[in-house]
Every structure is written in structure tokens, then in C-alpha cells.
Write a protein that binds this ligand. Structure first.
Ligand SMILES: [Zn+2]
Length: 351
């Protein structure tokens, strides 16, 4: 869906961006370039909220925001784009973000998409985008972004935060190392601190997202010399700040050296995925479909409590809560076992 709020009286651009135009690194020409740029934000949780706000306020002309989830009260401590109302109504994050951006800068165009980013849509999503910002919470999606961006020569900005620690790196395909040059394999799930065991505080989100947003502004205005050119690490609790020089791109890197993009190929393994720190499993339908929420609600009514809005249907049965999106993708909460989630999906949603 696309939102372009022209109904509000837009601020005069010269006034709105005057402080940013005064800033040497951007200037009038940089501002013009920002207005013509399109940025893709993948994942609109804590980092993505901060990216979206920073780029919208800076006047990046087109923002494409993709997120698979809906707002919950546990998000509000750090996901600055959302309100208690969004959580109470379970508004999908991509929609809530587009609504709020429309209120803070009606001059820009926001395309929001409620979707799980995977091999089937990532290349379409990055098409026509000048930069991609990583607001995801898992390595699988980051390797997918890395493969798609290297294949299409699109700059992207990796970012991650957990606890009080954060890390970021900017990837310019074939000019700088890609994610796989630096981390050949994703850390095994059990060894990496996950959001459910380590938690996370908002200040580290702000730090990582601020560096990512600054890098995006540099890329979009063509200020490549100003990029930090490192793997940058921070810990705002231990007071450690580090810049690691990742060297040049690795010639033997499977992605940017050998041009292999395995994550872009279809595989059956994509069907179900455990969601980081959520005690939840996401199930994707095996074939494209559109759900009729009122018909499904009617069917489920005898089996538990059902509610739905324009974007999603929620069904509670026993200790499980099933959230179904229009494309039949579902998030099953109350388990982190794929088998249990799959059987609940087959029983109640079908497909
Ligand atoms: Zn590489």
C-alpha cells in the first residue's frame, strides 16, 4: 500500500530542511538528492523505527518499509515509531509506521508492505532503491539482504543490537567487504545472545541506528569519503567503542568474490521459522493465497476466541495464539517447536 499525504498543508521545503541545508556535508544539492532518493527499510522494529524516523525527517523522498509483524506492548520500550494505541489494536508495524510518518512529514511518499522478507520477494523489494537499511533481528535475513544487494550492486547498511552491545557496517558491493567476507557463517543460534535471554536497552538502539542513518545520508548524497569504512562496535554499558578495519573484499568470498547467491534460491526450508525471542513460530503458506477473514472467523468461532481487523485475524485456543495475515502467513505464539506450530496451522488454517 502507498501513502502520500498531500491533504495536510506541507511545510515549505526551504524552511523545513534549512538547518540540514546549512550543514556543509549536505547543502542544497545534497538536500535535492535526498528528496529524489528511495530507501528500503527491512524490519521496522527498534532499529527500523529509528531509521524510518531519521530518514523521514531528513526528507528522503521515498521510503519503502517492510515488516512481517504487528505492534505489541513489549515493543514500546524501544520501538519509537509506535504508540499504546498501535499495540492495543495490534496494528502491523509497516502500517503503523506509515501512519506516523504521514503525520511527521507529509511531503514524502511511504510504501509499506506487510511481509516476511524471503527469497521470493527480496529482489523485487530492493528494485529501484538507492540504499537498504537492515532493521532485522536475525542472520538468515541479513545473508539474504547481503546476497540480493551484492547481486544488484545496491548499497546496504548492516546493524544489530542486543543487551547494551551493538554493531554496524556499511556494504558497498565489490568496493568494500560484504557481510560474508566478514562473517563467513552465521553464529550458531545457541551461542549468539538472543533478545529473549539478553534483553536490550534503547540507548544502544539509538547509537547503532544513528550511525546507520548517517551512513545512509552520506550514501544518498554521494559523500563516500565520509563513510566510516569499518566494522563499528559499541557497548554503552561497558563504555567500549571500537572500529575494526575489515580490509578489502575477500577474493574467495562466496558472495562478492565468486558471485554465488544461495539464499536467493527457493527451498522448502523456508516454510516455517522460529522467531527470535518470541516463543513463536512463523508459518508461511506453501502457495499464494488470500484469506477471507470473516469466513475464517466464522469457521474458527467454535474452537476459540477470534478477532480480526483489516490486516490480521487473531485466534486464541488453549495456551496458543494464532495470528493470520491476509496472505495466510501466520505467527503461532505459545511454542517454539516447529512441529507443534505446523500441526496447529494445518488444523486451523489449512493450506
Ligand atoms: Zn564478500
Amino acid at each position: 500500500m502507498t501513502r502520500n499525504s498531500t491533504q495536510a498543508q506541507p511545510t515549505k521545503p526551504d524552511e523545513r530542511y534549512s538547518r540540514q541545508v546549512l550543514f556543509n556535508g549536505i547543502g542544497a544539492e545534497g538536500q535535492r538528492r535526498l528528496g529524489e532518493a528511495r530507501a528500503l527499510i527491512i524490519g521496522c522494529g527498534a532499529l527500523g523505527s529509528a531509521h524510518a524516523e531519521a530518514l523521514a525527517r531528513a526528507g528522503v523522498g521515498r521510503l519503502r518499509i517492510v515488516d512481517r509483524d504487528f505492534v505489541e506492548s513489549s515493543n514500546l520500550q524501544r520501538q519509537t515509531m509506535f504508540t499504546e494505541h498501535d499495540a492495543a489494536e495490534r496494528i502491523p508495524k509497516a502500517v503503523a509506521a506509515a501512519n506516523h510518518i504521514g503525520e511527521l512529514n507529509s511531503d514524502i511518499n511511504v510504501e509499506s508492505e506487510i511481509a516476511d522478507v524471503n527469497h521470493s520477494n527480496v529482489e523485487r523489494l530492493i528494485e529501484g532503491c538507492d540504499v537498504v537499511l537492515d532493521g532485522t533481528d536475525n542472520f538468515a535475513t541479513r545473508y539474504l539482504i547481503n546476497d540480493a544487494c551484492v547481486k544488484h550492486e545496491t548499497n546496504w547498511i548492516y546493524g544489530a543490537a542486543v543487551g547494551s552491545y551493538g554493531v554496524t557496517m556499511t556494504v558497498r558491493p565489490h568496493q568494500t567487504p560484504c557481510l560474508r567476507c566478514v562473517f563467513e557463517e552465521a553464529p550458531p543460534a545457541a551461542s549468539a545472545p538472543a533478545c529473549d535471554t539478553a534483553g536490550v536497552i534503547m540507548p544502544i538502539i539509538s547509537v547503532v541506528a544513528a550511525v546507520q542513518a548517517s551512513e545512509a545520508l552520506k550514501l544518498l548524497t554521494g559523500q563516500f569519503d565520509a563513510l566510516h569504512g569499518s566494522l563499528m562496535q559499541f557497548d554503552v554499558w561497558r563504555n567500549e567503542w571500537r572500529k575494526i578495519n575489515p580490509g578489502p573484499p575477500a577474493p574467495e568470498c562466496p558472495t562478492c568474490g565468486l558471485n554465488r547467491f544461495p539464499t536467493l534460491e527457493a527451498s522448502a526450508g523456508d516454510f516455517a521459522a522460529v522467531m527470535c525471542g518470541r516463543n513463536a513460530v512463523q508459518i508461511s503458506p506453501t502457495r499464494p493465497t488470500q484469506v477471507d477473514f470473516s469466513a475464517l472467523a466464522e469457521r474458527l468461532r467454535g474452537a476459540g476466541e477470534v478477532k480480526f481487523n483489516d490486516y490480521l485475524l487473531r485466534f486464541r485456543t488453549g495456551e496458543f495464539e494464532v495470528t493470520v495475515f491476509q496472505d495466510a502467513r501466520s505467527i503461532i505464539r505459545g511454542t517454539d517447536e516447529m512441529k507443534t506450530a505446523r500441526s496447529l496451522y494445518a488444523k486451523y488454517i489449512g493450506n
